[in-house]
Design a protein around this ligand. Structure first.
Ligand code: BGC
Length: 416
């Protein structure tokens, strides 16, 4: 008798370790928003839901760009224990939708009129086979520079607008004994810089052909070699301790006046704001020199894993809350991103946010809006990761630019 109870308890313990106990009325949210600025933005969402009586079960998986989060997600789904809601990027949403894993959000989307307010570039990922499968919470873009204003003022450096001006500015900072570029040596961060550098080097048509169309000639072109050469130049302005550094610690170097520039998506602004810094006074935000007219974007969306034939009440409430215009303003003001709907006023946004909204609208209407290679909006994860490997090997000096170009061509071919 005793041993039967013992076995039952043991079996229950095993079950308990593999099953999450989200209560009815709770949502369990898997995400990678673990930095100070990201957590502040996440709180806006948590509080919004709490007001509606929906509890929050946090499932944070650190790692910018979400690679680790996606690995944990796969393990959770494989063990039959999918979280209720998951932060996801671009082609990852499509991949999960293809597997039939995502809840259909058409009812809430049509009741709330999402079709009319979400830009087509985002709908491409929010919908699969004509059905809504994710709710976009923001639009980020990767081709930004974050600069310490005091350092620039002290050294008489004007905001660089071309590659040559940027190189001269980095050199002046280095000569003054400061770190020119704050960077973290992690594959997704290297790729984020490459997004901007490749766009600046080759322009929009090159970016489209190389990263979105995967044209082998463009991937293997002299222009691609030049982009890699420029990455090597940037590498020479990064400090020796960059390896493995988290992106928010790189932001902190600019915030603290240790470094002049960070090339990073606009989630970096969340770190500056969280540290009490103001745009235009303490820091500057501007487009990576040579990409003033382009936007390489990524959008965080929440995909809801199927729990039955229709989304649960909590899932529907979460989706509705995420898409509310007042929430989109409040959240994105803190996150550094801009709203995922076109009808949200820019009144509450700071100068960088206002510029982000203006740039997005302009790039969208002039055909200069492109999905970010580094953040899963140009190609599925298999191809993205193949590109990451080459970009990082080159950044770390394992490949020269010529080798990187030919490795890129073959890695992309193999990954397809
Ligand atoms: C996400 C951002 C996030 C950043 C760093 C990006 O992929 O879109 O929301 O802040 O990674 O973690």
């Amino acid at each position: 008798m005793r041993s039967t109870i013992g076995k039952t308890v043991a079996a229950f313990a095993v079950l308990a370790s593999s099953v999450s106990f989200a209560h009815a009325g709770d949502v369990e949210v898997l995400h990678w928003w673990t930095s100070g600025g990201e957590a502040a933005a996440l709180n806006v969402l948590k509080q919004d839901l709490e007001k509606q009586g929906i509890g929050w079960q946090d499932m944070p998986v650190a790692g910018g760009g979400g690679t680790q989060a996606m690995t944990v997600l796969r393990a959770r789904v494989t063990s039959g224990n999918a979280p209720t809601a998951v932060q996801m990027l671009g082609f990852d949403i499509t991949d999960w939708a293809k597997e039939g894993a995502l809840a259909n959000l058409n009812d809430v989307a049509s009741a709330e009129g999402w079709d009319d307010v979400v830009p087509g570039a985002l709908q491409k990922f929010s919908k699969y086979d004509g059905q809504w499968v994710a709710a976009p919470v923001n639009v980020h873009s990767t081709n930004w520079v974050w600069a310490n204003k005091a350092i620039l003022d002290e050294l008489g450096i004007a905001q660089p607008t071309t590659w040559d001006e940027l190189v001269a500015a980095m050199q002046a900072v280095k000569d003054a004994g400061k770190v020119a570029v704050a960077h973290g040596g992690q594959a997704w961060q290297d790729a984020t810089v490459f997004d901007a550098v490749a766009m600046a080097t080759g322009g929009p048509e090159f970016y489209q052909k190389a990263f979105i169309d995967l044209d082998p000639d463009t991937l293997g072109s002299d222009t691609m070699k030049e982009a890699f050469d420029r990455m090597a130049v940037i590498r020479s302005f990064v400090d020796d301790n960059f390896s493995g550094r988290d992106w928010n610690l790189a932001s902190a170097m600019v915030i603290n006046g240790e470094a002049a520039f960070q090339f990073m998506g606009d989630w970096a602004k969340g770190e500056f704001l969280n540290a009490g810094k103001a745009p235009g006074e303490d820091f500057l935000c501007f487009r990576f020199p040579g990409t003033q007219d382009q936007v390489t974007f990524n959008s965080d969306q929440f995909a809801l894993f199927k729990q039955g034939d229709t989304p649960s009440d909590e899932q529907a409430a979460l989706a509705k809350a995420i898409m509310s215009p007042t929430f989109q303003s409040a959240f994105n003001v803190v996150k550094g991103s801009v709203p995922a709907r076109v009808d949200v006023p820019d009144a509450d946004f700071d100068a960088c946010g206002k510029q982000g909204m203006k740039d997005l609208a302009a790039a969208s209407s002039s055909g200069n809006l492109f999905g970010s290679m580094a953040h899963g909006h140009a190609n599925p994860a298999s191809i993205k990761n193949a590109m990451y490997d080459v970009i990082t090997a080159h950044f770390n000096g394992e490949y020269d630019s010529e080798t990187a170009v030919s490795e890129l061509v073959s890695a992309v071919e193999l990954a397809q």
